[in-house]
Design a protein around this ligand. Structure first.
Ligand code: ADP
Ligand code: ASP
Ligand code: MG
Length: 395
């Protein structure tokens, strides 16, 4: 009978030191001793990818995309080798593999590549021998044999794609929080861990800044029905299971995107600004088109490129943050959210209502306050009302 297979992914903080790599190894051994085949995906040690990006930027503010990928993949290669050595020391057979060795094929979109297919033969051969296989996250190889990366946070996507290709029982994303919360728990202290969250809400949360899961990871898991769970690397617990096709919550959560830039141009230049961004592979997170004003909101780290190309056509650029409320009834809170934020002296520059989300553009120094105000009103208060209703019903 075929042994069950699980994929476990450990993020940067989880492999941030030799001690932590040791604890990760113990978790892997526990899964192996429970009778599973185990494939592990690792990120670079915390801070390492940023350090490498910074080195590249000291040479060029827009470094060569192919070479940047060569540089950045080094981070994951360090973690995978250290983890394999730790497992050996603890008496377990383990082999580490780069994306190239693991035959993770991607398109050629350097710095933000998409996985096209995985040839699982080399991984399966090692699993057959009873080995623990450790794969470097965030990386793959294109048709020319060049190394590619999947975009920041991309190790989650490596894990879920491997889980899909290997038909794993579950893809477990171990990180520095014990699940997906109603908002980033580092910003909103009374955020709630969600024991379960539907795919549409998780997709929208990830798209709008909840970096606990990389957006393509959620999309892949949803499309291929890979059971996906977010768990803590440091504590035991059930974490959050992402499952279900339908968003049943009026309000599921709030996502925050800091480090954004609003770039203003003349109204007649707006479509050209958007096409320039698309040509450069820059995601436009919000478009503002008013009688007097036209602007796009993009990530700050992409703005250098766009500013270089669009240059003198830019009227003004300013740092902003985005706050997105996700749920099936966000259309009902447009007016009240503006009211609540204005009472809290938060200035909303613009809002964008979509089918399952309401995004508000605010200044970076007000975004934490705004998140706390909206979380209290739409998540904590509603939950309390829910409990009250239950008490009435059962009492
Ligand atoms: P890893 O290095 O393990 O991939 P990340 O830093 O990419 O970890 O993601 C985990 C972080 O995501 C948390 O520390 C938390 O600050 C942030 N985060 C943002 N939104 C949420 C949310 N809704 N639920 C949980 N964590 C969130
Ligand atoms: N190390 C990469 C990053 O920091 C990929 C990842 O952690 O998922 O973005
Ligand atoms: Mg991450």
């Amino acid at each position: 009978m075929k042994m069950p297979l699980i994929v476990q992914k450990f993020g940067g903080t989880s492999v941030g030191s030799i001690e932590r790599i040791h604890s990760v190894a113990e978790k892997i051994i526990e899964a192996k001793n429970d009778g599973n085949q185990v494939v592990v995906v690792v990120s670079a040690m915390s801070g390492e990818t940023n350090r490498l990006v910074d080195l590249a930027n000291q040479i060029d503010c827009v470094p060569n995309a192919r070479e940047l990928d060569v540089l950045l993949t080094a981070g994951e290669q360090v973690s995978m080798a250290l983890l394999a050595m730790t497992l050996h020391k603890l008496g377990y057979e383990a082999t580490s593999m780069t994306g190239y060795q693991a035959k993770i094929h991607t398109d050629s979109n350097h710095n933000n590549a998409a996985i096209t297919h995985i040839d699982t033969t080399p991984i399966e051969a090692l699993l057959e021998q009873g080995q623990i296989v450790i794969v470097a996250g965030f990386q793959g190889v294109n048709h020319k044999g060049d190394i590619t990366t999947l975009g920041r946070g991309g190790s989650d996507t490596s894990a879920v794609a491997l889980a899909g290709a290997l038909d794993a029982q579950e893809c477990q994303i171990y990180t520095d929080v014990d699940g997906v919360y109603s908002c980033d728990p580092r910003v909103v202290k009374d955020s709630k861990r969600l024991p379960q969250l539907d795919f549409p809400s998780m997709e929208e949360m990830a798209r709008c800044g909840a970096k606990v899961l990389h957006l393509p990871c959620v999309q892949f898991a949803w499309k291929h029905q890979v059971p996906l769970r977010v768990l803590s690397s440091f504590e035991k617990g059930e974490g959050t299971l992402i499952s279900g096709e339908e968003c049943l919550n009026d309000i599921s959560g709030i996502a925050i995107q800091k480090d954004m830039v609003l770039i203003e141009c003349a109204l007649e230049e707006l479509s050209s600004l958007i096409s320039q961004a698309q040509l450069l592979g820059i995601e436009v997170c919000s478009v503002i088109e008013e009688t007097e004003r036209a602007a796009v909101v993009i990530k700050r780290d992409a703005s250098t490129k766009l500013k270089l190309v669009f240059a003198e056509k830019i009227r003004n650029s300013e740092q902003v943050s985005l706050l997105t409320v996700v749920g099936s009834r966000t259309q009902d809170i447009v007016v009240s959210s503006h009211g609540l934020l204005s009472e809290g002296e938060v200035d909303v520059q613009h809002h964008l209502l979509q089918q399952q989300s309401l995004t508000l553009v605010v200044s970076p120094d007000q975004v934490d306050t705004a998140a706390n105000i909206l979380h209290k009103a739409y998540i904590v208060a509603r939950e309390t009302q829910g409990y009250l209703k239950k008490e009435v019903h059962f009492g």
